[in-house]
Design a protein around this ligand. Structure first.
Ligand SMILES: Cc1cc2nc3c(=O)[nH]c(=O)nc-3n(C[C@H](O)[C@H](O)[C@H](O)COP(=O)(O)OP(=O)(O)OC[C@H]3O[C@@H](n4cnc5c(N)ncnc54)[C@H](O)[C@@H]3O)c2cc1C
Length: 370
């Protein structure tokens, strides 16, 4: 038997949950289908938990627009909903003389994106602010911060449910077809079922392309490539954190923001993520990669003691372009992009997807009027 439903969101990560919340609040009947047995087990629990300011992204990109908007929405949401967060700020440090000029470019690009509060800090002032950091100069970003991403997801889930949304766990979408009377989804798991939906939001993160390919009728040429870039973290052994702010090197144009320092809200210092292109999703942390971390970190923290890093965890970036491409954008596809009424596909929702989650959800609602 086929059940008829209003709107299905595939995936209960931070973006799927934010979308479910926004859709339910806009009056949609919402069911979230999640293959795991709880929320946020994918990329949403394997990231740096940084509220990004919106500094680096290309002019007029979705990332630039949604990060700046999402950051402001996120701070307001955390404050009004009692979610643990901290506007701790970050320093982007030039580790050699050439990089000092790049700081100028970064400041200029940030201003174009509407992030106009970055200030230059000279090396002496950096030492006063962060006595363990050695550099040739830095930019201070006061609107970068941290958020407890699990509490955030629980809040999104709670509000979605308060507005009538339901989450079905252990419910993987395994295929479907585009029909004249709606979008049919086949759901596997313990209780297989078929749902005929007016609206579908494909927010399956690393597997969004897999799902689109499994739904007959979605034009193949509208589905981007599917690539994976792992980032591992190493944690610093106990004691007082050596920094009070987030410390980032000048970013690598070919991927990732460099081996940076994040201090989570519990005071745990972690370094990472690095960038390693892989063929399939795999969260293994190879302890040998630690050697490269020591080298990168000592460019700005000379005092990093030998033997102080422990393998932490890994996340995998959902990429839509192969290795070697310049940083790419979020791909948010509504009916205009693929020609299918009622369908939104979210591809390549890598960083700053956590920061942007509330703003992405607004886009989703606008693409699917109730
Ligand atoms: C290493 C790393 C660091 C990052 N750091 C930051 C940061 O500091 N700040 C920031 O803003 N962003 C950061 N990000 C990005 C951010 O984590 C992601 O953009 C965000 O978590 C994406 O959420 P999502 O809901 O799209 O995906 P996910 O969290 O991956 O959720 C997708 C969900 O879909 C489910 N699913 C998959 N297939 C199916 C199926 N067939 N049927 C049903 N369900 C399915 C999965 O189980 C999963 O729960 C980082 C990302 C990485 C990889």
């Amino acid at each position: 038997m086929v059940d008829r439903v209003g709107c299905v969101v595939i995936g209960a990560g931070v973006v799927g949950l934010a979308s479910a919340r926004a859709l339910a609040m806009a009056g949609h009947e919402v069911i979230v289908l999640e293959s795991a047995d709880m929320i946020g087990t994918g990329t949403s629990s394997r990231n740096s938990e940084v509220i990004h300011a919106g500094i680096y992204y290309s002019k007029d990109s979705n990332k630039a627009r949604l990060c700046v908007k999402g950051r402001d929405m996120m701070y307001a949401y955390c404050e009004s909903h009692g979610i643990d967060h901290k506007r701790c700020g970050k320093l982007i440090v030039a580790t050699d003389e050439q990089q000092v000029e790049l700081l100028d470019d970064i400041k200029g690009r940030a201003a174009v994106n509407g992030v106009d509060n970055l200030t230059f800090v000279d090396s002496k002032k950096v030492l006063e602010m962060e006595p363990n950091v050695t550099c040739h100069g830095a930019l201070l970003s006061p609107s970068t911060g941290l958020v407890d991403s699990h509490s955030l997801m629980l809040a999104y889930q709670g509000e979605a449910e308060d507005h009538g949304a339901m989450i079905a766990f252990n419910s993987p979408v395994i295929g479907g077809e585009i029909r004249g009377d709606g979008i049919l989804l086949r759901v596997g798991g313990d209780e297989p079922m078929e749902l005929l939906c007016d609206h579908v939001v494909n927010s399956a993160g690393l597997y969004a392309q897999t799902i689109s390919r499994s739904i007959e009728g979605i034009p193949a040429e509208s589905i981007p490539g599917q690539y994976f870039a792992r980032g591992v973290y190493f944690t610093l052994g106990g004691g007082k954190p050596p920094f009070t702010r987030l410390i980032y090197p000048v970013p690598d144009p070919l991927g990732g923001l460099g081996v940076h320092v994040t201090i989570d809200l519990g005071g745990q210092v972690k370094f990472g993520p690095d960038v390693e292109w892989i063929d399939s999703v795999d969260y293994t942390v190879d302890p040998a990669r630690g050697e490269l971390f020591y080298e990168s970190i000592r460019k700005y923290w000379k005092g990093l003691p030998d033997g102080s890093l422990q393998p932490g965890y890994a996340g995998v970036r959902p990429k839509i372009h192969p290795k070697g491409s310049h940083a790419t954008d979020f791909m948010i596809q509504g009916p205009d992009a693929h020609g299918i009424k009622g369908l939104v596909n979210l591809y390549g929702i890598e960083s700053p997807g956590l920061t942007s989650s509330l703003a992405i959800a607004e886009d989703v609602v606008n693409l699917l009027p109730a």
